[in-house]
Design a protein around this ligand. Structure first.
Ligand SMILES: Nc1ncnc2c1ncn2[C@@H]1O[C@H](COP(=O)(O)OP(=O)(O)O)[C@@H](O)[C@H]1O
Ligand SMILES: [Mg+2]
Length: 516
């Protein structure tokens, strides 16, 4: 009998899980509302939903990482409403997280046994045994990873596999996998699926979170679909097809409130991307932007879109390919050079990547001017105030004293400051990565107006976005990415959410489990 996996007796003792009417809010955000999910026999259960649907939150409740605001959790018929990670672990629930939780400065085997160290007599670490067990689990998983290597030396896909090994090392009855395949190669996905089938045969169920249709249809028995934090439906995969699954994911609605947009595209290629590849993230990306055109790039978690945006701005090294800006090859080796050549970027995740918390509103606005256009070594207060005043008016920043800290502003106004930062540079191309993230609806609309205004001034705009209503409002064209490739291009007239989601989930790659 395989020592590492659960013994066969537990086949009869498979976990019955019932989550009933679970709700969880973060402040005003209702992340999960009244959602129920059950696993009532040994199965691989697919949990589906778009970005932000509430999948991770629901699973964090089951893993004891978050406490639900209301609702019940029954395990084998017994109520466990106050789960903690330790209790959840004792019940045999293993959680493989979406974000990697490994410690780079420890060795592989030390990570595997972190918090569950094996000892001799409770006093000394039993390294030998831990290393032996590590070899054993990797062999079982068909992996050649050295338990003595440092985690920092491994690439992302190996790290993800170590997370999985960690879950398999200890007794478990239910494994939660939160988008585990994003960094895996095709062969690795194949062997993960083999492992999952093996576990199922041993009576261990799995909740598998993904939005990749070919994978879901090939490995899962039943599904539960969430949308906007709500339960939509559950059933057997064998009773639905990819199109139906996509429609449940997206729902019908919204779509129709399009922002008025003048046709201002001039037939002149300004920014051309040729065969751009960044190994491990995306391959052979080709597209071009015309003067006055707004192109949206969309997709789901793990599509390589974030890395693409970084490569275009020189913030990440490309493996091969080139970018042509107005007939000249763009040198992306330095960001300053990219900016001076005429490309601006508003990065995603404003709090982490774009504002400087300890600087004033005014200095935050002037920043890119200082680094790319300022000639005098001295900063003139008068000039800076004037620059602020002009931008405050054009972008409608609502602020008191420009010398106040940037953090005194609301998210929407902070983002207007970030936009203003780049407006003064009069670039040809504006790359906007998730420009309305964490901004309220009213301010979003103002940002859309700023974006369309840029296009009307003859700028080319590339917007990376995961929000369909936003894309629908502003984009002339939309590129849909799936697993590091452009899977489909839509023109403004053909855009609709179900079709975009159909390609973002790889539903067109029928029969190809891995879509490549
Ligand atoms: N710790 C948190 N604080 C505030 N909001 C959160 C937090 N975690 C998740 N959310 C919000 O809850 C919603 C659901 O998120 P999540 O469960 O991560 O979705 P999914 O895993 O389906 O992409 C999103 O709107 C997200 O922004
Ligand atoms: Mg998630």
């Amino acid at each position: 009998m395989p020592a590492l996996f659960i013994n066969l007796l537990q086949r009869e003792n498979s976990m019955l899980l019932e989550m009933k009417n679970i709700s969880k809010s973060f402040g005003a955000v209702k992340a999960v509302q009244n959602v129920s999910l059950s696993v009532d026999k040994v199965e691989i259960h697919g949990l589906l939903g778009e970005n932000g649907a509430g999948k991770s939150t629901l699973m964090n409740v089951l893993g004891g990482i978050l406490r639900q605001d209301s609702g019940e959790i029954l395990i084998d018929g017994v109520e466990h409403n106050h789960l903690t990670p330790i209790k959840s672990g004792h019940l045999g629930i293993r959680f493989i997280h979406q974000e990697l939780n490994l410690i780079n400065d420890l060795k592989v085997f030390e990570n595997l046994f972190l918090n569950n160290e094996m000892t001799r007599g409770g006093l000394y670490l039993n390294k030998k045994e831990m290393i032996r067990k590590s070899y054993e689990i990797f062999e079982k998983m068909n992996l050649d990873i050295d338990p003595l290597a440092y985690v920092r030396e491994l690439d992302t896909s190996r790290k993800q596999l170590i997370e999985i090994a960690k879950a398999l090392l200890f007794e478990c009855r239910l494994i939660i996998m939160d988008e585990p395949t994003t960094a895996l190669t095709n062969e690795e996905i194949e062997s993960l699926f083999d492992i999952m089938r093996g576990l199922k045969a041993e009576g261990i169920s799995c909740i598998y979170i993904s939005h990749k249709m070919p994978e879901l249809f090939s490995i899962c028995d039943r599904y539960t679909v969430l949308r906007d934090g709500k339960f939509i439906s559950s059933g057997n995969f064998s009773d639905i097809n990819e199109q139906q699954a996509t429609e449940m994911l997206v729902g019908r609605s919204m779509a129709d409130d399009v922002v008025e947009k003048n046709d201002c595209i001039i037939d002149e290629d300004v920014f051309q991307v040729e065969d751009l590849t960044c190994e491990g993230f995306f391959n052979n990306i080709n597209f071009s932007l015309k003067k006055g055109e707004i192109v949206a790039v969309t997709g789901l978690f793990g599509d390589g879109r974030g890395e693409l945006s970084e490569c275009l701005f020189g913030a990440r090294k490309m493996t091969s390919g080139k970018i042509i800006l107005k007939d000249n090859e763009l040198n992306t080796r330095s960001i300053i050079n990219v900016i001076r050549s005429g490309v601006s970027m508003v990065p995603r995740n404003r709090k982490e990547r774009s504002i400087l918390k300890d600087l004033s509103i005014k200095d935050n606005l002037s920043m890119s001017y200082f680094t790319s256009k300022q000639i005098s070594p001295l900063i003139s207060n008068r000039v800076e105030n004037k620059r602020y005043e002009i931008n405050r008016k054009t972008t409608n920043i609502k602020a008191g004293d420009p010398d106040d800290l940037i953090t005194s502003l609301s998210g929407g106004n902070q983002q207007k400051v970030v936009f203003s930062r780049w407006f003064g540079l009069d670039s040809d191309v504006y790359i906007l990565d998730n420009p309305t993230q964490g901004i309220d609806v009213g301010a979003k609309f103002e940002i859309y107006q700023l974006i369309t205004k840029l296009a009307e001034q003859g700028k080319s705009v590339l917007v990376f976005s995961s929000e369909f209503p936003e894309i629908h409002k502003i984009a002339d064209r939309c590129l849909v990415m799936y697993k590091g490739e452009i899977n489909k291009e839509f023109s403004r007239n053909d855009l609709n959410e179900v079709d975009v989601m159909y390609y973002a989930t790889g539903s067109n790659k029928k029969g190809e489990v891995h879509g490549k």
